[in-house]
Design a protein around this ligand. Structure first.
Ligand code: ACM
Ligand code: ZN
Length: 657
């Protein structure tokens, strides 16, 4: 017996000692690979060969953009060879080799041949460094990892209400004032009335990238075959600029006072001139073909009253404020085109008519991107439901505040950017976005970025047919996340992942299962879940209100359950979900009444909600009470607090025992 154990241990040690690392560890998964007999040493010299007959034959049917990045990596015996057509292709091959070597930790590699190329030409991440500033060093660190997983675009959201983040010499107040605020946290700045500070002041939080910083980022990225796309947001999300340069804000209807919404005044010639000047300096720093001009979420309220906006609309026969926005965006489309660049914008730039040269970044679902592509515009897909990696990735009660819904690794991985496209000729690729309202630190930024960016990288690079097993991907993601943790990154720990809200995965048994519910107040059609059956179907909701299990009421709740016959009832209650960012609150109280006939109800109990619902993200409370009543009908009311931001109530099941 002892001998058997020793033999087994020796065999296990041999296996560990000689475990070989191969292409099966890689993220993104290569388009194809073959394991060859034998093993290879990790430290042999690497030969790079351009334009061999073999690689030329292998890439001949690929689209141009894929050919450019394609490589053939052969690891065999004493030689490692990378064949490619371009330096970029050779770089991708080198990254594949480096990845395997890092994961091998000095151990041997499997002899193998990897022939690989990307599915999409645009595989991007967007970093919002306005809400919370991130330094040059931090950005360089992320570029290293992006290169390892073959992402090739970094879009930096440089300007927004919460802070301007790039040096512009002609307008020094952009960095002297608009880059600084008295509150360190976006959340505090947001509730305190959106104030700004001064560079060097006692309370000045924020910062900006100097021109030298930008040059270094762009150069470092280019060395890794990553393009950096700057975003200079207009005409919305621009309060920080208006506060520094109020003359480009709209005027009130008397034409005398500036109006501080977040929108620039598209009627202002000075605004046009200023943004062209800014773009001139930006173009000098960023060689990217695309320049992102934002374009999202302009409120446009001031434009309807501003004499300058009204004059502009008259002058160009623009029939509404959407057309005014479109006119404004077109000025920059043609300006950028005149400089040999292309305008990229969030999908609202389609409102009022899309500028002729514009490329659309589709974030409000997928339909805007699909429609723009059908009209012949290039598109990058970045829909919130799969690509907003600022959304919550696990149990929100354990992970802290966030905005948006539930976006675990599995959901990011299931995304196919081509879904819904009849023709993908204009589909450039995809992008993950990291908005930073609730991302105050470097650590938290990386926590949200990884490992979900691994899934985006694979969605963007790997052919759909090799992406067929999430659990297998997840194992590679765990290994990579563990590895990068060891070299100083802070990924979310998949070992501790909860998954969706546990209640969602088990049916709840109770007396009212399948019983009829009479709705004295109707549920909202867009959050009806399973309609009339929702509250007694035994199915409970997950971490987010929009998952088809939660039922939403844009009113108090007043419902009656008919148990079918008189029953002994000992408990009545329901889980409520609050999400302040979505105007969903907990009720002030619930009231329960009972009735033998469904007409005459007697008060039974009332429960006050004592739980706070003011943190961002989903919060949950079970509100109910133990009772001791024989009854057939139960009336359940939930009364809203008389507060701003508590328009909605959401429940998933009325639990009666
Ligand atoms: C966006 O998320 N407002 C583009
Ligand atoms: Zn105006």
């Amino acid at each position: 017996m002892k001998k058997t154990i020793l033999t087994f241990m020796a065999a296990a040690l041999c296996l560990t000692a000689f475990a070989q690392t191969g292409p099966d560890v890689l993220i993104p998964k290569p388009a194809s690979y073959t394991i060859l007999p034998g093993e290879a040493k990790a430290d042999v010299p690497v030969k790079i060969s351009y334009g061999s007959r073999k690689i030329k034959a292998m890439v001949k049917d690929l689209p141009d953009y894929a050919r450019k990045e394609a490589y053939l990596l052969t690891i065999k015996g004493k030689a490692t060879v990378i064949e490619a057509l371009t330096e970029e292709g050779a770089f991708r091959g080198k990254k594949t080799l480096d990845y395997m070597k890092e994961m091998a930790g000095g151990g041997p590699l499997k002899a193998c041949e990897v022939f690989d190329y990307p599915r999409f030409r645009y595989r991007g991440l967007m970093f919002d460094i306005s809400r919370h500033f991130r330094s040059k060093e931090f950005i360089l660190k992320q570029l290293d990892l992006m290169a390892s997983i073959k992402m090739n675009v970094l879009h930096i959201h440089l300007t927004d209400d919460a802070g301007w983040r790039i040096q512009i010499d002609k307008y020094p107040l952009l960095t002297g004032q608009a880059a600084w605020r008295p509150e360190k946290l976006w959340k505090d700045w947001d509730v305190n009335g959106h104030n700004y500070s001064r560079e060097g002041a006692d309370r000045a939080f924020g910062g900006y990238l100097t021109k030298d910083d930008v040059k270094e980022i762009v150069r470092y990225a280019a060395e890794r075959h990553i393009t950096v796309i700057p975003e200079i947001e207009l005409p919305g999300h621009s309060l920080e600029v208006l506060k520094a340069y109020p003359t480009i804000a709209c005027l009130d209807s008397t034409g005398t006072h500036p109006v501080f919404t977040s929108d620039l005044c598209p009627g202002s010639d000075e605004a046009l001139r200023m943004y062209k000047d800014i773009l001139d300096e930006v173009l000098e720093l960023f060689p990217s073909q695309f320049i992102h001009i934002g374009g999202d979420e302009a409120g446009k309220a001031s434009w309807a009253h501003c004499p300058r906006c009204q004059a502009r609309m008259k002058e160009h026969a623009l029939k509404d404020v959407d057309e005014l926005q479109s006119w404004f965006v077109r000025q920059f489309d043609s300006y950028l085109a005149s400089k040999g660049r292309r305008l990229l914008g969030w999908d609202e730039i389609m409102q009022g008519g899309l500028a002729p040269g514009a490329t659309v970044m589709s974030w409000r679902g997928t339909s805007h991107g699909i429609n723009a592509a059908a009209e012949g515009h290039d598109v990058v897909m970045s829909p919130g439901d799969w690509c907003y990696i600022n959304h919550n990735q696990d149990n929100p009660l354990a992970l802290g505040e966030y905005v948006g819904g539930y976006l675990p690794l599995s959901r990011v991985y299931e995304y196919d950017p081509a879904d819904g496209f009849k023709d993908t000729a204009h589909l450039l690729g995809l992008q993950g976005n990291l908005w930073t309202e609730h991302v105050p630190t470097d650590e938290n930024f990386e926590f949200k970025l990884y490992p979900r960016s691994f899934a985006l990288a694979e969605v963007g690079w790997s052919p759909q047919e090799v992406r067929n097993d999430f659990q297998e991907f997840r194992a590679r993601a765990v290994a990579l996340a563990d590895h990068i943790r060891g070299i100083g990154y802070h990924p979310f720990d998949l070992h501790t992942e909860w998954g969706d809200r546990p209640e969602r995965n088990k049916e709840v048994k109770h007396l009212a299962r399948g019983c009829k519910v009479i709705f004295n107040t109707p549920y909202a059609n867009q959050y009806k879940a399973a309609g009339d059956a929702t509250l007694t179907d035994g199915l409970q909701g997950g971490w987010t209100y929009s998952d088809g299990r939660w039922q939403g009421f844009e009113s108090d709740i007043d419902i009656i359950v008919d148990l079918g016959k008189t029953r002994q009832v000992n408990f009545v209650g329901a889980h409520f979900l609050a999400n302040i960012g979505a105007w969903i609150g907990f009720p002030e109280k619930i009231q329960i009444q009972t009735s033998p006939d469904g007409v005459n109800f007697a008060d039974c109990t009332e429960v006050l909600c004592q739980v706070k619902d003011t943190d961002d993200g989903s919060l949950f409370v079970l509100l109910g009470d133990f009772i001791d009543v024989q009854t057939r009908y139960i009336r359940f009311k939930a009364l809203r607090k008389n507060l701003q931001y508590h328009d909605w109530l959401f429940i998933d099941e009325l639990i009666i025992n």
